[in-house]
Design a protein around this ligand. Sequence first.
Ligand code: AMP
Length: 284
Amino acid sequence: MVLFKKSAALQKWLGKQRKKGKIIGFVPTMGALHDGHLSLIEASKKHNSITVSSIFVNPTQFNDPADFEKYPITLEKDIQLLEQADCDVLFLPSVSEIYPEWATANEQYDLGYLETILEGKYRPGHFQGVCKVVKRLLEKVQPGNLYLGQKDYQQCMVITKLTELMGWKNTMKVNICPTLREPDGLAMSSRNMRLDKEEREKAPAIYRALTYIKSNLQKGDLQPVKVKALQMLVDQGFKPDYIEIADAATLQLSNEWDGRQKLVTVAAAFLNEVRLIDNLLLND
Ligand code: AMP
């Protein structure tokens, strides 16, 4: 695996590969890698001649400074895992490499409705920060294929919208890969490392609540299943931000189901200091 810390060197190297006709697959991450991340590397390796991964804990997407400070960093292990996964390139930029214009960066992305609901509502500014970093990374890597995890459902929609806003829709395919879970259902996440033993035991309740919604979905009023699922989280000591049902394609929140519309259920909840998110497609 080749490691680049500087954008110029990365771009020069990738430029040469592109001239040789190589197709580039890209997996952006914030590190503290787990099997979920590695499944994206594997997906990229299947369909591209070169797989690039990046590790960058992006300060502009953390609306809560304490969350940024406590974000797990396991760089040596990450490099080992990427080597084992046969990743071709790791881009490991510093903050000044990504944001040389740090103080003056105030671009805005028109995300419309997507930014007003769920993660957009509960984490103000989060998706603007995601767009800032992903735009910069995509400009540098210029992949033919981008790999994202369904685990961050709304983020997948935001980044897809970003590629449209930037005019990259026809040159860059966004590939959304399934959520990898622990045997008890808990979605793999770097933040799981921050759970203590007791919290870790409670954490799968978020998956159980989503599964409850999936198993009890009925035509008509969706309020009763949502209320019950919320209670399941509260009973396990979670402080939920939301547990919602929405249109799978637009994320328009739904209170009624006609029996046909494709739906997704999404949740975000705190277990003490740690905020977990998860989602399930209801009728895929
Ligand atoms: P992160 O490092 O958390 O920013 O995630 C980097 C990428 O890995 C994002 O596209 C995530 O959606 C994806 N990802 C995170 N957790 C999982 C998981 N459990 N299964 C599949 N993909 C994941």
